[in-house]
Design a protein around this ligand. Structure first.
Ligand SMILES: Cc1cc2nc3c(=O)[nH]c(=O)nc-3n(C[C@H](O)[C@H](O)[C@H](O)COP(=O)(O)OP(=O)(O)OC[C@H]3O[C@@H](n4cnc5c(N)ncnc54)[C@H](O)[C@@H]3O)c2cc1C
Ligand code: FES
Length: 253
């Protein structure tokens, strides 16, 4: 893990209100693994004070990309960064997705900006079959770069399946034999709950990346608990034990 002032090399609005920031950090680019995140301080001053976490979306040589939507003060400031500005970045943080297990097909399922960790995971799954399910409120909010075999769901029906992305996956699982598959999910908690239920019903491995509120990002403030199903400790910390968890190990509230 490193903390550094990383120069921004690109800022692009890739979909309505969705921004890609690319910055140079040889350390993060060469050590990050899919599913890990970086914690970025939007300004040097006091407001907003806390760092904001973002999944590592992709790496290329010494560059790292994140993708985010404008949610509040922090992301509004980040959306105004320009090439040459510096980003105060801490990372890579958290535990990565597991992909060494024995499975044929990786099924990635994203709700909204839950798409962020999947280009990097796709980069690292060479040789495996991939199916990617992407859900968004409407077509203008879709960002589909660097993915494979994409299936789209929109809440308003403006593109692809009319409905939520887990319902689309359920339909797909009903029509294919995907027994030897592993599901990777990232998105809002309600979507992850539904995805976890579907994985269990179909007896599929399933790993989820949680995007709940976070503060320090390094296990100090205890501000990111998630209930464990079993284990000596009742709670795990999303920032250090996660953000990726086997769906059988946690209780999503
Ligand atoms: C491990 C991890 C990885 C993440 N990766 C990404 C990513 O790649 N791209 C991305 O766009 N976002 C990601 N997020 C969420 C992102 O960190 C928040 O959207 C961001 O911190 C909001 O900061 P803000 O100052 O703009 O908004 P704030 O002013 O802090 O919040 C604005 C509004 O958004 C809500 N909000 C804040 N954080 C979250 C959250 N985590 N989930 C749901 N609602 C929230 C607040 O309750 C508030 O209503 C990730 C979160 C985690 C924990
Ligand atoms: S965010 Fe501080 S302990 Fe997890």
């Amino acid at each position: 893990m490193t903390q550094e002032l990383a120069p921004v090399s690109e800022r692009t609005e890739v979909a309505d209100g969705i921004f890609l920031l690319r910055f140079t950090s040889a350390h993060i680019a060469h050590t990050a693994q899919p599913g890990q995140f970086v914690n970025i301080r939007p300004v040097a001053g006091l407001s907003p004070l806390l760092r904001r976490p973002f999944s590592v979306c992709r790496v290329e040589k010494n560059d790292v990309e994140i993708v985010f939507n404008v949610a509040g003060a922090g992301t509004r400031i980040l959306a105004l960064k320009r090439p040459g500005d510096e980003l105060d970045v801490l990372g890579p943080l958290g535990s990565p997705f597991g992909f060494g297990e024995d499975f044929e097909t990786a099924i990635m399922v994203a709700g909204g900006l839950g798409i962020a960790p999947f280009p990097f995971l796709t980069q690292n799954l060479r040789g495996r079959k991939v199916e990617t399910f992407v859900g968004a409120g409407t077509a203008g909010k879709l960002w589909l770069e660097h993915l494979q075999a994409v299936h789209i769901a929109t809440d308003d029906g403006s593109k692809g399946f009319h409905g939520n992305v887990v319902a689309l996956l359920e339909e797909f699982l009903g029509s294919k034999n995907l027994e030897n598959s592993k599901i990777y999910g990232c998105g809002p908690t309600r979507m992850l709950q539904a995805l976890s239920d579907l994985a269990k019903m179909n007896d599929l491995q399933c790993e989820l990346s949680l995007e709940g509120d976070m503060a320090c990002g390094i296990g100090i403030c205890q501000g990111c608990p998630v209930e464990r199903v079993n284990g000596k400790k009742k709670y795990a910390l999303v920032c250090t034990d996660g953000p990726t968890f086997n769906c059988n190990d946690i209780v999503l509230a």
